[in-house]
Ligand binder design. Sequence first.
Ligand SMILES: [Fe+2]
Ligand SMILES: [Fe+2]
Length: 236
Amino acid sequence: MYVKVLYDNRAKRGFVPGHGFACLLDGAVLFDTGEASQSLLDNMKKMMVSPGEIKAVVLSHEHWDHTGGLWEVIKRCPGIKVYACPSFSETFKKCVVESGGELVLAGGPMDIAPGIMTTGEIGAVYKDQYIAEQALIVKGDKGFSVITGCAHPGLLPMLKRIKETLGVPEFYMVFGGFHLTGMGMEEITGVISDMKSIGVYKVGPMHCTGDKAIRMFGGQYHGNFVPVKAGHIIHL
Ligand SMILES: [Fe+2]
Ligand SMILES: [Fe+2]
């Protein structure tokens, strides 16, 4: 199992950075689409990804920095399956269908492709409003890993729920947006030590995790901290 990181706030030299997140699993399943479609398409080209090869898109949540590139992807892959949460807005769901995507609503855990599963909708309150989010669970050669878009329901509650659902003792790697911006050092240290006790072996904090939290993960996870950026390929 390999993951090409196509969109992140940080990028390897030669790739376009941008606010948002997107990655492609095994050349077939796109998880999120970043904010700007042109940046997504440019990074795809640099990573030798032809949009026509994408078989499915999974959207973590409805925020613009995760759905912005969707419409250009659907244009290039008419009829493509788009996995959304049932509580995404009716307007958004209508747009997917009218643009030519096949809308699939993931109310609970669901297989997407061999070794790739979605958690299905996990609810949260964000800025006083209900928000629905799903994360990807990957079963690779090295064990189970989790990829998060923004983790608005909270990274730890999401991981605990996944552990219970799967009945797994540990995770090989967790990466994506951890949404720890605005947290104090003590709180972030608590999250990091809880991740260790949950059994997360490697971490790749990205996107909305925040610079301070990313530095702290680097300091506390040592050699098992992976500085993931757009342009990287991760083997799971
Ligand atoms: Fe985000
Ligand atoms: Fe978000």
